[in-house]
Structures are given as structure tokens and as C-alpha cells.
Design a protein. Structure first.
Ligand SMILES: [Zn+2]
Length: 233
């Protein structure tokens, strides 16, 4: 329940609310991200392209059938998007995922993307989850679930292997690193469903590809993928 205005005004005097993207104070009515940032975020608008023109879809061609490949924002080093993702992943700001998920989910629903049956976030390994305390993909999935009016299930997939940091590996090593790390934990939920796999960032696509492979093998009818941001290659 929202606080009465007098209390939220008082709270913002003590703890000034700042934009999660640019750190400037928020005006009343602004929702975690200021109007300026919201207007200037680098949106991909891939969902408005025909599937054959979507550069994200092309990354999965010849690897695994992915119905829709969607990403809200373009990742830019040192820009607002990097700051948002850092807040989400390392500063406990799960509101980043919830707000962006809600906005993007609404936009997708309005554009006719309403045929998903279940949202499934890419899981963290239990050890990493315990260390961080939350999965950064969960809050984005929760926000999308509101915008798309579609249920999400955080425990449908399980990450069974603990992978090292991806940063210093080449493409083949990254693929080998993730190829066998996921398994389906709840096959009943997935059978015959169109599953939308949710993650924070798409870099090579190997993680999402590995998830798509196990979901289809477990009986999912179709798999689509969605991330907050995508890094250009
Ligand atoms: Zn801002």
C-alpha cells in the first residue's frame, strides 16, 4: 500500500529518492527512473521489426529455434544502461528490474506479444544465489509478468553447475561453459507451453541458447527470449 503523501514527502526529505539511472533527485510522481532518462534510454525497438530483420533473432539462427528474441535496451559502456544494470546486479536495487519489466511488458502487450504461457528467469546457481541474496533476472521477470499479464515461475529451471566468470573466455569456451549447466526442474509446467526465458543481459546468447535447448527438449512448444539489455558485438 502506498504511504500517505505526507509520510512519503517526509521520507524523501530524510532519504532523497534519486533516479536509478542518473542519480538526480526524482520529482513527485516519477517512478524510480526520471522522465528525462525514460525519454533518452537507448531502446532497441526490436519488437517492432519483422522477425527476419531482428538482429537479435539472427544470433539464434542455425542454433536453436527461438520464436521471438527481445531486448529492451542497448547496453552502452559508462552510460545509463550500464548504471542501471550495476544497480540491479550489485546494489540490491531490484526495483530496476521490476520497473523496466513492467514498462517493457506493457509495451510488448500493446504491440501484440500476448501469446506467452509462462515466463522463466535464467536461474543462478544456488551458491551464487546465496551469496548475492537474489537473482537479478527474477525482478525483471516479475515486472514483465505484470505488464504482459502472464505468470512467471522462478524454479522451473535449475542451474546445476557452478560456472566461472564468463569474461575472459572466448565464444567456444563460453558455450562449453554453459552447455550443460541447466536442467528442467518442473517439466509439468513446461509441457506444450510457449515459454519466455528472461535474463538481464544478452552478450553472446550462449546462456539463453542453452536454456532454450533444455526447455524444448523437456516438451516446451515454443521458446522466446527477453533481456533488459543487449550488447552489440
Ligand atoms: Zn534519470
Amino acid at each position: 500500500m502506498p504511504l500517505p503523501a505526507i509520510f512519503s514527502d517526509f521520507a524523501s526529505l530524510v532519504f532523497p529518492r534519486v533516479c536509478l539511472a542518473c542519480q538526480q533527485p526524482l520529482a513527485r510522481g516519477e517512478d524510480h527512473i526520471c522522465t528525462d532518462c525514460r525519454a533518452q534510454l537507448p531502446y532497441t525497438d526490436y519488437h517492432q521489426l519483422p522477425p527476419t530483420d531482428n538482429p537479435l533473432s539472427r544470433r539464434f539462427w542455425g542454433k536453436v529455434p527461438v520464436t521471438h528474441a527481445l531486448s529492451y535496451l542497448r547496453f552502452q559502456k559508462h552510460g545509463r544502461v550500464q548504471h542501471l544494470l550495476h544497480q540491479l546486479k550489485y546494489r540490491g536495487q531490484q526495483d530496476v528490474g521490476r520497473v523496466l519489466g513492467r514498462w517493457y511488458g506493457q509495451e510488448l502487450a500493446e504491440a501484440g506479444y500476448s501469446n506467452f504461457d509462462l515466463l522463466v528467469p535464467v536461474p543462478l546457481h544456488a551458491r551464487k544465489l546465496a551469496k548475492r541474496g537474489y537473482n537479478q533476472a527474477d525482478s525483471f521477470a516479475a515486472g514483465l509478468s505484470v505488464g504482459l499479464q502472464c505468470p512467471w515461475e522462478p524454479a522451473a529451471l535449475r542451474r546445476v553447475a557452478y560456472t566461472d566468470s564468463q569474461t575472459r573466455k572466448n565464444r567456444l569456451q563460453r558455450w562449453q561453459n554453459v552447455a550443460t549447466v541447466f536442467e528442467v526442474a518442473q517439466p509439468d509446467l513446461l509441457n506444450g507451453r510457449h515459454v519466455l526465458v528472461v535474463d538481464d543481459v544478452l552478450t553472446t546468447g550462449a546462456t539463453l541458447e542453452a536454456c532454450a535447448v533444455v526447455l524444448l527438449a523437456a516438451g516446451a512448444r515454443e521458446v522466446s527470449i527477453v533481456t533488459i539489455a543487449t550488447a552489440d558485438r
